[in-house]
Design a protein around this ligand. Structure first.
Ligand code: FES
Length: 315
């Protein structure tokens, strides 16, 4: 459910990135968010998008950073060109699918706008006195420079500016392909290529359960594959819906008047994840981990399909 909210403040963070401080219209709708949380933002009737929260101590407000997309006509362009203090929009309550947990030591990795959830984590680890180091790869010198000044001067953060993808990969080897302290966890957020490199290199030294990522773009080609029709059976309501070749499970459910939570519709945010009771999903999302996909206990309804003629869902 989306809530009425208003933009209270905007700030230019970099040449292509703006901060928006947003207040729910009804004060009681605000809840404190944890590091890693995001909210859905919908404005001007555009597609809803997810944005990670930072500056979490600002009671009553949610703060997001929006990078202007190269794609014209999307929500980021609308926010950049039209939204000002006083603009009304709709937001969700915070959801956290990228929790920090309680690591003994943390390696924090961010690229570009992926800094927002990672910065919130760094703030909490610093406040709790947990050992960590933040590595931030970026193109714009201004982005989060002031916010990270204290961590840099304490030796807890390193900035890398204007590196090529080969240089970034070589640096990730230096950071990750080493002996880590016991119970070290890696947290990373950035574009698809960066995340793929983090998973591959961190996996050489750490168990997959210690490597945590948040994507904001689908994995390239993840949703490709054969488009066969199949059925979904909703175990709780007894409804059966046919999913045609060129429609998603979400679309088919909507036709059957079954409403399910959804947000990105690209297999990235996890809002539509639903429990599978029988059948084998054909996972095409960029949200579930490889282990979760092998377990076949959950499916992303917005992009995934079915290997079996029928998929029974806990709906
Ligand atoms: S709606 Fe975001 S993963 Fe399905």
């Amino acid at each position: 459910m989306l809530l009425d909210a208003v933009i209270c403040e905007t700030e230019v963070l970099a040449s292509d990135t703006k901060l928006f401080r947003i207040r729910p219209t009804r004060g009681e709708d605000w809840v404190r968010a944890e590091p890693g949380s995001h909210i859905d933002v919908n404005c001007f009737g555009e597609l809803t998008r997810q944005y990670s929260l930072f500056d979490l101590d600002e009671a009553g407000y949610y703060t997001i950073a929006v990078k202007r997309s190269e794609r014209a006509g999307g929500i980021s362009e609308a926010l950049h060109t039209t939204a000002v203090a006083g603009t009304r929009l709709r937001i969700s309550k915070p959801r956290n699918r990228f929790p920090l947990g309680a690591p003994a030591h943390a390696v924090l990795l961010a690229a570009g706008i992926g800094i927002t959830p990672i910065y919130s984590m760094q703030q909490q680890l610093r406040a709790y006195g947990v050992g960590h180091h933040l590595h931030f790869f970026k193109r714009d010198a201004k982005l989060f420079r002031d916010r990270l000044a204290a961590a840099i001067s304490e030796g807890a953060a390193t900035l890398y500016e204007g590196m090529s993808s080969e240089q970034i990969r070589a640096t990730l080897y230096e950071i990750l392909d080493v002996d880590h302290a016991p119970n070290t966890h890696v947290f990373a957020c950035g574009p698809a290529g960066f995340m793929d490199a983090v998973i591959e290199i961190a996996g050489r030294r750490l168990p997959t359960t210690h490597v945590h990522i948040e994507r904001f773009q689908p994995i390239s080609g993840a949703s490709d594959g054969q488009q066969r029709q199949f059925e979904v059976v909703l175990a709780r309501s007894g409804v059966t819906c046919r999913v045609a070749q060129n429609e998603t499970i979400l679309d088919a459910l909507a036709k059957c008047s079954v409403k399910v939570d959804a947000s990105c519709r690209e297999g990235v945010c996890g809002a539509c994840v639903t429990r599978v009771l029988d059948g084998t999903p054909d996972h095409r999302d960029s949200f579930l981990t490889d282990a979760e996909k092998l377990g076949n206990e959950d499916v992303c309804l917005c992009v995934s399909r079915s290997h079996t003629p029928t998929l029974v869902l806990d709906l």
